[in-house]
Design a protein around this ligand. Structure first.
Ligand code: NAD
Length: 307
C-alpha cells in the first residue's frame, strides 16, 4: 500500500465500494472524515475505525480533498450542485468547499454530469478529476482497483498518492469526463461478457456437463475471460464470489443496468453502433423488473436460463 504525507480527506458514500476504499485511505495514515446517508453504513464503518461526520457539509469542514463514491449521476449532481430537497440544497456541497481544494469523484456517472460538476467547481477555484474504478468489491478491499481518470494531468498528479492507496493501476484517459467514457465502454463489455459466459455455462449444463469442469475448460481455452477467471456466475463453482453467497454484495444488477443505459446514451449521442449493448441492457432490465435489481449482476445467469 502506498505511503504519502497525511492529508485531511472527506469521503462521501460508504457503500460496497466506498467503505473499503475509505478504510484503505485511513489505514495509509490519512485523516478521513466520512459520511453516508445510510445510518447503517455509518455505524458499520465507524466500528472499522473511520470517523463519521453528521452531514456531508460537516465532513468537508477542514478537508483538503473530497472523494465521493455514489451510485449514479443524480446523486453526484444533487450532492455537489444541489437538488433543492436536502441539506446541500442551497447550491450543493460546492458552496461549502474553498478555493484550492481537490475533488475526486470515483462514482460511475454520465460524462456530461462529470463535466457539469467540474465546470461548477472550477468557477469556485476547485479542481476536479473523474476517477471511476474497476476491480469490484474485492479490488476495493485489497486496494488493487484500476482507476480510469479524466482531468488535467497536473490534477491527476496531485491525486496520485491518494489513488495509489486504493488502486494498483492508474490510467489517464483524457480531459474531465474521459474516465467515465472509458468506464462505460468497459462495463458495456463486462455486461455482455457475463451474459455470454452464463449462456455458455447454461448450454453445457443442459447437455449434462458439470459447470465447474466446463468453466475450467473454457477458462483455459479461447473462451477464457474475466468472469471465468474471477467472477464465475454459476453457484458453487468459485469460492468468495457473489454466486457463492446467493448473489449478495458485489456489483448490483441495477448498477449494471445504469451503466448500460449510460453506454446507450453515449451511443445515441455519437451514432456509435452498440447492438449487443442494447440486447444486454434489455436482459438486465428484464432481470431487474423481475425483482432482482439488488442482486449482484452475475445473477443474470438466472434470467438467461429463463429466456
Ligand atoms: P452502493 O449502492 O453499495 O453504495 C452507494 C452509497 O452511497 C450508499 O451507501 C448510499 O447510502 C450512499 N449515498 C447515496 N447518496 C448519498 C449522498 N448524497 N451522501 C452520502 N451518501 C450517499 O454502490 P457501490 O457498489 O458502492 O457503487 C458505487 C459506485 O461505484 C457506482 O457508481 C457503481 O456503478 C460504481 N462501481 C461499483 C462496483 C461494484 O463492484 N460494486 C465496481 C466498480 C464501480
Amino acid at each position: 500500500m502506498a505511503t504519502t504525507a497525511p492529508q485531511r480527506l472527506a469521503f462521501i458514500g460508504l457503500g460496497n465500494m466506498g467503505g473499503p476504499m475509505a478504510l484503505n485511505l485511513h489505514k495509509a495514515g490519512h485523516r478521513v472524515t466520512a459520511f453516508d446517508l445510510s445510518p447503517t453504513a455509518c455505524e458499520h464503518w465507524s466500528t472499522q475505525g473511520l470517523s463519521m461526520a453528521a452531514s456531508a457539509v460537516a465532513a468537508v469542514n477542514d478537508a483538503d480533498v473530497v472523494i465521493s463514491m455514489l451510485p449514479a449521476s443524480r446523486h453526484v449532481e444533487a450532492l455537489y450542485l444541489g437538488s433543492g430537497s436536502t441539506l446541500e440544497d442551497k447550491g450543493g456541497l460546492l458552496q461549502a468547499l474553498t478555493p484550492g481544494m481537490l475533488l475526486i469523484d470515483c462514482s460511475t456517472i454520465a460524462p456530461a454530469s462529470s463535466r457539469r460538476v467540474a465546470e461548477a467547481a472550477a468557477q469556485r477555484g476547485i479542481t476536479m478529476i473523474d476517477a471511476p474504478v474497476s476491480g469490484g468489491t474485492a479490488g476495493a478491499a485489497a486496494g488493487t482497483l484500476t482507476f480510469m481518470i479524466g482531468g488535467a494531468p497536473e490534477t491527476l498528479e496531485r491525486a496520485r498518492p491518494l489513488l495509489e492507496c486504493m488502486g494498483a493501476n492508474l490510467f489517464h484517459a483524457g480531459a474531465v469526463g474521459a474516465g467515465q467514457v472509458a468506464k462505460i465502454c468497459n462495463n458495456m463489455l463486462l455486461g455482455i461478457m457475463m451474459i455470454g459466459t452464463s449462456e455458455a455455462l447454461a448450454l453445457g449444463a443442459a447437455n449434462g456437463l458439470d459447470p465447474a469442469v466446463l468453466s475450467e475448460i473454457m477458462r483455459r481455452s479461447s473462451g477464457g475471460n474475466w468472469a471465468l477467471e474471477k467472477y464465475n456466475p454459476w453457484p458453487g463453482v468459485m469460492a468468495n464470489v457473489p454466486a457463492s453467497r446467493e448473489y449478495s454484495g458485489g456489483f448490483g444488477t441495477d448498477l449494471m443496468l445504469k451503466d448500460l443505459g449510460l453506454a446507450l446514451e453515449s451511443a445515441l449521442a455519437t451514432g456509435a453502433p452498440t447492438t449487443l449493448g442494447s440486447v444486454a441492457r434489455n436482459l438486465y432490465a428484464l432481470h431487474s423488473g423481475a425483482g432482482q435489481g439488488a442482486l449482484d449482476f452475475s445473477s443474470i445467469v438466472q434470467q438467461v436460463m429463463k429466456s
